[in-house]
Write a protein that binds this ligand. Structure first.
Ligand SMILES: NC(=O)c1ccc[n+]([C@@H]2O[C@H](COP(=O)([O-])OP(=O)(O)OC[C@H]3O[C@@H](n4cnc5c(N)ncnc54)[C@H](OP(=O)(O)O)[C@@H]3O)[C@@H](O)[C@H]2O)c1
Length: 355
């Protein structure tokens, strides 16, 4: 059995979610796919740094997160080292980058990812910033270095999208339209049921769906980053977020939101990208959708994306768009894709694919 060696940079909620999902399913993953990755280093600015060339005990790693223990207690401590040094010294094949998102600069993640790729390590990230701002550049860098750059968790979190397109679709996508932000969809669903905008936002904050500062969600900046990723990766675009018209939900008339269903419509915050004669265009804004549109049926914190392509017409994916374990599933899925491809390239085994 071949071991994928992982270096985890940023061990917050998604990192812990990933470890939990992996712990629950590792026996099945090993039996079914011959997939048994080892986490050989973890670096987190708050929780410390550990190296474990033989692989960390996952249950202890999860325990350290829950108990707020310094990671150095779990193995060889890397106290004082920064992320670059940890990536360099870890002897990992894959860097899993899970630091916070900065949608203006993409840093510090973009620097870590460039360094890992040029060090010929595969990279998996769930961080929208570097992919929205530098996605195609980073993919080119990965190709130049003969490694993979994967980011399933950046859009629709753990609901498969990029792998679905990569492994199953055989013709170009013409247009994508989606509900890419669960917080605003939750707020709109509750406004439609009669709550004010402020009440719906407060409820979203109480349930942990919205941040204390909800600007990135309610002003549409989060779906803006995601639609730029989709435009550039799935539609071969070259857009920067500043090129894309973006309006959030703060200016919607609550009475209009409540009235729409009786008239056969529903208000949604829709992000769209499409191929045009001149290239690719994208936009984010509230739309009054007919109830017959699959996107109009997506309520609460769910996300959805409709892909349009020949000859399938419209194909809609609906699923959870956030949450530590859901996003951790995306990390696991990307790691499995790397394992399958490299196992295939080195001769394949009967367990690489399960059927
Ligand atoms: N949570 C979700 O549902 C979700 C869904 C999709 C995508 N994502 C994306 O996934 C990434 C991780 O999200 P999360 O929810 O796990 O965030 P999080 O809970 O804030 O975890 C990030 C961790 O990285 C640490 N960190 C910050 N800067 C660092 C650096 N330079 N080097 C090493 N560690 C650093 C943070 O420490 P401090 O707390 O001290 O800063 C924190 O422990 C983000 O980019 C997020 O946008 C999250």
């Amino acid at each position: 059995m071949r071991f994928v060696r992982i270096c985890l940079i940023g061990y917050g909620r998604v990192g812990y979610g990933f470890v939990q999902v992996f712990l629950r399913h590792r026996v099945w993953l090993a039996e079914r796919f011959g997939f048994a990755p080892k986490i050989v280093a973890v670096h987190d600015i708050r929780r410390g740094t550990v190296f474990a060339p033989e692989g960390l005990d996952l249950a202890r790693l999860a325990w350290a997160w829950r108990e707020g223990r310094d990671l150095g207690e779990l193995g060889q401590s890397g106290a004082g080292l920064d992320a670059f040094a940890v990536i360099r010294d870890s002897e990992a094949d894959v860097v899993v980058e899970l630091t916070p998102t900065d949608l203006r600069t993409g840093e510090p993640a973009a620097g870590y990812i460039r360094f890992a790729l040029t060090s010929k390590k595969h990279v998996v990230t769930t961080n929208k910033g570097p992919v929205a701002l530098f996605g195609n550049e980073l993919l080119a860098l990965a190709r130049e270095n003969g490694v993979e750059f994967r980011f399933e968790g950046t859009v629709l979190a753990g609901t498969p999208l990029f792998s679905l397109v990569e492994f199953t679709l055989a013709t170009p996508i013409r247009r994508v339209r989606g509900i890419l932000n669960g917080t605003t969809n939750f707020i709109l669903t509750h406004m439609e049921a009669g709550r004010s905008y402020a009440e719906a936002l407060a409820e979203a904050q109480r349930l942990g769906y919205a941040e204390t500062d909800p600007t990135a969600d309610v002003e549409g900046l989060d779906p803006l980053a995601k639609i730029v990723i989709l435009a550039n990766i799935l539609l071969d675009g070259d857009l920067h977020p500043r090129d894309v018209p973006c309006q959030g939900i703060t200016r919607l008339d609550p009475a209009e939101v409540r009235r729409a269903p009786a008239e056969g419509f529903r208000w949604k915050l829709v992000a769209e990208a499409r191929r045009t004669e001149g290239g690719v265009e994208a936009k984010v804004g509230p739309e009054r959708l007919p109830l017959s549109d699959p996107l109009a049926q997506v309520g609460g914190v769910l996300n959805a994306l409709t892909l349009e392509l020949d000859p399938l017409g419209a194909l809609t994916v609906i699923g959870p768009g956030a949450g530590p374990e859901v996003t951790g599933h995306a990390v696991l899925s990307d790691l499995l894709a790397i394992h399958r491809r490299s196992a295939w390239a080195t001769g394949g085994t009967s367990t690489v694919f399960s059927w």
